[in-house]
Design a protein around this ligand. Structure first.
Ligand code: SAH
Length: 217
């Protein structure tokens, strides 16, 4: 069996055992997670863990989220395919690729230019062309591309950054980890009649959002 097939087998197993079995049955999401070659987003020396049930280091002290967490956050956004989404914390670009397949357009913001460039190169190779790449402090959102139907942050913040709420469309959904540097609550905010309504999706552990509306550098 060739390498490509082996990775596809590992990916199918990842989707079945880590995601579907834990109660996520959104077929559009599951098929995209089966399609996106996660190992390509992970440095060579960690390829053996590419389909493991865990976060994996991607360099610069950052990590790619555990597959189940990616699935859970994406599901929480309730995407239909027409949305314009903002992602904060591009990292490897894995979550970006998944959002790009499930949304109309994605604006992704990363503070570390080396990670942003790596993600851009890989997504271009994968012919994913509905992504706008922005380098900088994503805690400010992206005023020049706002408003957004959905916002997802893969970096944890002490409170909900106010620019994200103001850049969210009426009826829009924001998913982010809120808490301390070491532990957070996965939080979903829905904007109704201009007001935020919050529900909690469980405990989690993300790298910190470093910036004006996040933690101090
Ligand atoms: N979704 C990513 C996970 C990346 S980890 C993946 O699938 O690989 C979170 C990322 O948030 C890191 O790359 C980190 O550099 C970035 N980050 C932290 N603070 C940020 C900020 N203020 N603006 C933009 N990106 C930030």
């Amino acid at each position: 069996m060739g390498l490509v097939n082996r990775d596809l087998v590992l990916r199918r197993r990842m989707v079945e055992e880590q995601i579907r079995r834990r109660g996520i049955h959104d077929e559009r999401l599951l098929s995209v997670m089966e399609e996106i070659p996660r190992h390509l987003f992970i440095p060579e020396e960690h390829h053996h863990d590419a389909y493991a049930d865990a976060p994996v280091p991607i360099g610069e002290g950052q990590t790619i989220s555990q597959p189940y967490i990616v699935a859970e956050m994406t599901k929480a956004l309730r995407l239909s395919g027409t949305e314009k989404a903002l992602e904060i914390g591009t990292g490897s670009g894995y979550q970006t690729a998944i959002l790009a397949r499930l949304c109309r357009e994605v604006v992704t913001v990363e503070r570390l230019p080396s990670l942003l460039d790596g993600a851009r190169r890989l997504l271009e190779e994968l012919l994913i062309d509905n992504v706008i790449y922005v380098a900088g402090d994503g805690s400010l959102g992206s005023p020049e591309h706002a408003p957004f139907d959905r916002i997802l942050s893969a970096a944890a913040s002490p409170r909900i950054p106010t620019p994200w709420l103001s850049q969210l469309e009426e009826g829009g959904i924001l998913v982010l980890p809120v808490g301390t540097r070491s532990e957070q609550e996965l939080t979903r905010v829905t904007k109704k009649e201009g007001k935020p309504f919050t529900d909690f999706l469980g405990g989690c552990r993300f790298v910190p959002l470093l910036g004006e509306h996040g933690f101090r550098e």
